[in-house]
Design a binder for this molecule. Structure first.
Ligand SMILES: Nc1ncnc2c1ncn2[C@@H]1O[C@H](COP(=O)(O)OP(=O)(O)O)[C@@H](O)[C@H]1O
Ligand SMILES: [Mg+2]
Length: 298
């Protein structure tokens, strides 16, 4: 019998204090509603709450609550909560790995996950950036043009750039080099389309194909449109392996359909699932609550 089975489960929905966009509020509301549906108590708290940032508060919170849905990238705070004994969904280390596209790439390629050939670019200091970008010439030759350059921490397609040739690549490096970057082979047959597999545990609970005829980035927030999609076994297996390797409870796994088969594009530990709900009718919030109940009672 579980320690929690005789009373309501009580959790925190931890969100970022500074992301005020309406689309985030809608998502948090969906999660709250899903918790209500499953008779779970879910208190919204931000990463700027005084009880979390001042000494001593975290231990109290960790004993008051059974779990925390950590819908933020504040990994340092996440680790403090875990050290105090709170179970995070997703775990802080998993969020950290997903939040950095170079870390995701290196972790997954060490386990032979198929991905577009990529080169994490060398670290520099944010007050220096790259003054000399000649180091990129060989990377460009290896990947071929056009190629993709991504900021390692980015979302909604907003920090993903296409360089048609070396001179465009150099411009991108000079402009964005103050932040960590990864260069990647452009999968031209997948331009403007990708797959979003919404995974909970080892199950794909809903999937979409996203299409944009005007931009190589298929993100819905960037003007793409989604339609319900039934993934192949190979695509689901790829997503499942990424979930296991990265130790995720739930995620939005982006896949590119290349001529050589499915390639992992990136993994989102805090997936914007409202568009998935509108497109497929599957409420990821409820799936996440069911997963939490299963995990806490096992
Ligand atoms: N190597 C690539 N080749 C072709 N298209 C790509 C490639 N990488 C990304 N894209 C497109 O750009 C979109 C955004 O890239 P992604 O890595 O998922 O960043 P974000 O975190 O901003 O969503 C993808 O959904 C896909 O449509
Ligand atoms: Mg993406």
């Amino acid at each position: 019998m579980s320690a929690h089975s005789d009373r309501l489960l009580k959790g925190i929905l931890l969100v970022n204090a500074f992301l005020g966009l309406e689309k985030f509020k809608i998502l948090y509301e969906r999660l709250k509603k899903a918790a209500d549906k499953r008779d779970m108590e879910l208190d919204i708290m931000t990463n700027a709450a005084p009880e979390l940032i001042l000494p001593g508060g975290i231990d109290e919170i960790a004993t008051d609550y059974d779990f925390c849905i950590f819908w933020d990238k504040d990994v340092r705070l996440g680790r403090c909560l875990e050290r105090a004994g709170l179970r995070l969904f997703n775990e802080a280390d998993a969020i950290a790995l997903c939040d950095d596209k170079a870390d995701t790439y290196l972790t997954l390629s060490a386990q032979y996950i198929s991905q577009p050939l990529s080169v994490p670019l060398p670290f520099t200091y944010d007050n220096l950036g790259y003054e000399d970008v000649s180091f990129f010439d060989k990377t460009g030759e290896l990947l071929g043009y056009p190629l993709v350059i991504k900021e390692c921490c980015g979302s909604f397609g907003a920090q993903v750039y296409l360089a048609q040739d070396l001179s465009q690549a150099r411009e991108i490096l000079k402009k964005y080099g103050r932040r960590p970057l990864i260069a990647q082979r452009f999968i031209k047959e997948a331009a403007g389309r990708d797959l979003r597999l919404n995974m909970v545990g080892d199950k794909c609970v809903a999937a979409m194909m996203r299409i944009n005829d005007n931009d190589f980035r298929a993100n819905i927030s960037n003007g793409g449109s989604g339609r319900a999609y039934k993934p192949t076994d190979e695509e689901v297996t790829l997503a499942k392996r990424c979930m296991e390797i990265l130790h995720l409870d739930f995620a939005g796994v982006d896949i590119l359909q290349s001529d050589e088969g499915p390639l992992l594009c990136e993994v989102n530990s805090n997936p914007q699932f409202v568009s998935t709900y509108e497109c497929t009718g599957v409420d990821l919030g409820v799936e996440i609550m069911d997963h939490i109940m299963r995990e806490l009672s096992s």
